[in-house]
Write a protein that binds this ligand. Structure first.
Ligand code: COA
Length: 376
């Protein structure tokens, strides 16, 4: 890498945003100026989605109306069910969501940018239904109903996964993860969404680009990888040996480190107590003790700390969410942030098209096909 380029665009200011600050000195993580610690403690996901997509914290009346809007838009269109029925039941759930959002863009195309917030709300309402529907279909080969009674996104999700009225403690814990995942400035998937939006493309295309980007294990896929890692070990001592071995082999330990935060992820400090509480309420906190030992080893050996994905994995496990649905839950939440960035990017109406530093061969004469010889 040369002085003129930054590996992975680290530290490069790639645009302006009024949506969030990440790791800003003296300010930390904020969504439209509100501290994440207060939002996670005192607001639910719908309030945060309203703040991101519509720009303001809702009044009590607006929140009621917003919840009703989302709840009444949860039923999957028949044409979308038909697309999902054609997918192999063993498909990756992220591939299913990416395909479903793409299909929705063809079934219910965005009518124009003036409707963008309504289209974003429709996506926020449908994504949990897509997950619940897919879970049922992939297990049984049967379709299922997706419309539910009123209720928060977290409650709706838990009902879809458990088929029963969920424990209010689990609803609150899941809701906290949705608040924490909702927005994070110019992360890779949000940047992908903004690049797509900058070409004046539609919202569904921007979200498809974002889902494809979030899927990778260095980004959203880390929560699934973190859970798989914790489940590999019998106890804390075994975990310590295993992690030391991974580090000795120069492997990355998923759920640790962050491009922007270098001294700790404030979201991890919020979600870890939830993980502890849920694990202890199971009466078997062995996996939590394994997680804490991994945290200790990573801090001691590499000075690395857990990011949001690490302890969130435990919360999802305790909510009864199967591991392949962890990253898709991140999609449900982050769609609020992606949509906010698409709206903001569209307002600037400026194509994102950076330059590259060329490192290829000097100009050279064309070699005719008959004269090309690899063995020479
Ligand atoms: N496990 C082991 N080593 C890690 C690590 C991890 N999770 N994260 C970073 N490192 C090491 C790197 O290998 C590098 O070591 P080196 O200098 O000897 O090559 C050093 O720490 C610095 O890492 P850096 O390349 O500056 O980090 P980055 O900014 O490129 O990467 C992540 C940030 C998030 C991609 C990286 O920390 C990572 O891969 N984490 C695991 C995946 C994850 O949890 N992603 C979710 C992010 S919210």
């Amino acid at each position: 890498m040369t002085a003129q380029t930054a590996g992975g665009l680290a530290g490069v200011v790639a645009g302006e945003t009024g949506i969030s600050t990440v790791g800003k000195a003296g300010v930390g993580l904020t969504y439209r100026g509100y501290d994440i610690r207060e939002l996670a403690e005192r607001a639910g996901f719908e309030e945060v989605a309203h703040l991101l997509v519509h720009g303001t914290l809702p009044t009590a009346g607006e929140l009621d109306a917003y919840r009703t809007t989302l709840a009444s838009a949860r039923e999957l269109p028949a044409a979308l069910e038909a697309v999902l029925l054609a997918l192999p039941p063993a498909a990756s759930v992220m591939d299913v969501l990416r395909t479903a959002v793409s299909a929705l863009g063809a079934i219910e195309p965005e009518p124009g940018f003036r409707e963008q917030e309504r289209v974003a709300d429709r996506l926020l309402a449908l994504l949990p239904s897509m997950l619940g529907w897919w879970r049922h279909f992939s297990a049984s080969g049967e379709r299922s109903a997706t419309a539910t009674e009123e209720g928060s996104t977290a409650r709706h999700l838990l009902r879809l996964f458990s088929g029963a009225d969920p424990d209010p403690l689990l609803v609150r814990a899941l809701d906290a993860t949705l608040v924490l995942y909702a927005e994070h400035e110019f992360n890779a998937s949000t940047f992908a969404a903004r690049v797509a939006a900058s070409t004046r493309s539609d919202l569904h295309s921007a979200v498809v680009a974002a889902i494809g980007t979030l899927k990778g294990p260095l980004h959203g896929g880390a929560n699934e990888a973190a859970m798989e890692l914790m489940l590999r070990f019998d106890g804390p001592d075994d975990a310590e040996r295993g992690v030391l071995d991974l580090l000795a082999r120069q492997q990355r330990v998923m759920g640790f480190g962050h491009r922007v935060y270098r001294n700790g992820d404030p979201r991890s400090d919020i979600i870890k107590p939830w993980a502890r509480r849920l694990e202890e309420s199971r009466g078997d906190a062995r996996t939590f003790r394994i997680a804490e030992r991994i945290e200790e080893v990573m801090r001691r050996e590499r000075g690395l700390f857990p990011n949001l994905d690490f302890y969130t994995a435990l919360v999802y496990r305790d909510c009864g969410i199967p591991v392949p649905y962890f990253t898709p839950l991140f999609v449900v939440s982050r769609t609020a942030g992606w949509a906010a960035h698409v709206v903001e990017q569209r307002a600037t109406d400026r194509l994102i098209r950076p330059a590259a530093l060329y490192t290829g061969p000097e100009p050279r004469p064309f070699v005719p096909l008959a004269d090309r010889d690899r063995s020479a």
